[in-house]
Design a binder for this molecule. Structure first.
Ligand code: 5AD
Ligand code: SF4
Length: 495
């Protein structure tokens, strides 16, 4: 009888079908429990003829979501028998996990793929792959076909779990294997992961975005919002705690919309995760000012493990620009929300994303952004020049602002934010902060790095055994992007 694996290998089984284990819930978004052992068994590569292992190298661009997808793909590849390598020359498979949010990230990837051509010519066994948000763009698929035919494999954000099969097909095929699903109506549980860090872990809670900000490509590359079930998220966090992880970062494009599709709330998810023993810090990103409810603010304030840091992208300080961005919040709404958050969560640190040079942005409208930044006093801001993205509405908006002017606005904004960041850091000088120790500095032995609950980087003299501990550190020097400090007591972990 033909089994599932045979059907899968022959491409006669619909992707995802036959991988369902455990309970199947009646829900429009299909929940699939991935049985890695069964699935990957068919694609284990073994050793190369010379006895050495197959090696992979993944280059990751863009956001934390992508970083975490890379951890999943590393998990799939290692289950196939591949081993990681940092050296591209040693790799049998080089994969670009790409970002499509701005054009310069795309240009970098194509530049890198171009530079790898000689390596590919020298070693025909080497496979090159492209995945992530760029792969979802039709223009990119066309470009790969026409200009980069030495790319062996292209797959999208919705079919990452199919990597073992696609890679196997690419090894056997004369042509570029391309499989990009244009939408996803499922979430997949129990994917294997090779996590980069031993102290802090990323946990997806939601995929996709329904917001359709007019400049943004993400709703097209990541599809509609889908939430994981709270019990699946909590189970993953419990497993992480059992492995010794101390911090989780909950990931989604709009975490505060988490659960709308399944009748639960993000606030309640935070309360549940807050009860998982062993997890000392709970972070989340990204939030949207819209639907940042009073109950959510209350949950952040009351849950002792949820940190006092909110990344709350504003994008612009001018309500007309915000309207043309389809951001659903105004300047006044944002300022009122910040006020409410600051009153409920003392000491909260706020960071943001800002786009300058949106099509038609006037100097006066840009001044509104500067004044909002002055008024809010963000701890940090990620600032970008608007980059037109194919097939997004804003790409067709008339734009009469010269690039030089946009660059100048970015410079002025960055100067202002640097002043504010320094001032806010200086407020911590002489104070003792709780630091979760992440690891030793790569360049300076005995210098260790960690973060405060408010996500500020702290450097201090330490020892390897401190990694993973919460320690009190007295801030001795405040710089714009980091703090320097001294350990107060090494043996007592604070909470
Ligand atoms: N151009 C410039 N910046 C963009 N972002 C998203 N799309 C664009 C674009 N087309 C920025 C937004 C978002 C962050 C992740 O990237 O500020 O919050
Ligand atoms: Fe893009 Fe807006 Fe969705 Fe954020 S909320 S991913 S900026 S469309």
């Amino acid at each position: 009888m033909e089994n599932r694996i045979t059907l899968l290998r022959q491409g006669r089984l619909q992707p995802g079908q036959g991988l369902v284990f455990g309970t199947h819930r009646p829900h429009p978004v299909e929940r699939i429990h991935f049985d890695i052992d069964q699935y990957v068994a068919a694609y284990r590569v073994g050793r190369k003829p010379d006895g050495s292992p197959y090696r992979y190298h993944i280059r990751t661009y863009g956001c934390q979501m992508n970083e975490h997808d890379t951890e999943v793909m590393a998990g799939l590849l290692e289950a196939m028998g591949y081993e990681a390598t940092d050296a591209v020359e040693e790799a049998d498979f080089i994969l670009f996990n790409t970002c499509a949010v701005r054009e310069n990230a795309e240009d970098k990837v194509f530049g890198e793929i171009g530079r790898l051509r000689p390596l590919k010519m020298q070693n025909p066994q080497l496979l090159l792959g492209l995945c992530g948000c760029m792969a979802q763009e039709q223009g990119v698929q066309r470009l790969v076909r026409e200009k980069f035919p030495w790319v062996d494999l292209v797959f999208g954000t919705h079919n990452i779990h199919r990597l073992p099969e696609l890679l196997t097909r690419a090894r056997e095929s004369q042509e570029t294997v391309m499989e990009v699903w244009d939408r996803a109506a499922m979430t997949i549980e129990d994917m294997p992961k090779v996590r980069k860090d031993r102290v802090r872990a990323w946990v997806n809670i939601q995929y996709g975005c329904n917001k359709f900000c007019t400049y943004c490509i993400v709703p097209y590359t990541r599809g509609a919002e889908r939430s994981r079930l709270p019990e699946d998220v909590v189970r993953e966090v419990e497993a992480l705690a059992a492995e010794g992880y101390r911090e989780v970062t909950l990931l989604g494009q709009n975490v505060n919309d988490y659960g709308i599709d399944i009748g639960v709330t993000f606030a309640d998810l935070l309360r549940r995760i807050n009860r998982v023993p062993g997890i000392e810090r709970i972070r989340f990103t990204t939030s949207n000012p819209w639907n940042f409810t009073d109950d959510l603010i209350a949950a952040i304030a009351e849950c002792e493990h949820v940190v006092e840091h909110i990344h709350l992208p504003v994008q612009s300080g001018n309500s007309q620009i915000l309207k043309r961005m389809n951001r659903t919040h105004t300047r006044e709404f944002y300022l009122a929300l910040v006020d409410k958050i600051r009153r409920a969560i003392p000491g909260v640190s706020l960071t943001t994303d800002i786009i300058v040079g949106f099509p038609g942005e006037t100097e006066a409208q840009f001044q509104d952004t500067l004044s909002l930044v002055r008024e809010v006093e963000f701890d940090n801001a990620f600032t970008f020049i608007y980059s037109p993205r194919e097939n997004t509405p804003a790409a067709n908006f008339p734009d009469d602002v010269p690039l030089e002017e946009k660059k100048d606005r970015l410079r002025r904004l960055n100067e202002l934010q640097a002043e504010i960041s320094l001032r806010r850091n200086q407020q911590l000088a002489g104070r003792t902060v709780e630091v979760l120790v992440e690891g030793e500095s790569k360049t300076n032995r005995h210098v260790f790095a960690g973060r405060t609950r408010t996500n500020k980087l702290v450097l201090f003299q330490g020892e390897k055994r401190f990694v993973g501990q919460l320690l009190p550190v007295k801030v001795t020097e405040a710089q714009t992007w980091l703090l320097k400090g001294e350990l107060v007591r090494e043996e007592v972990a604070v909470s």
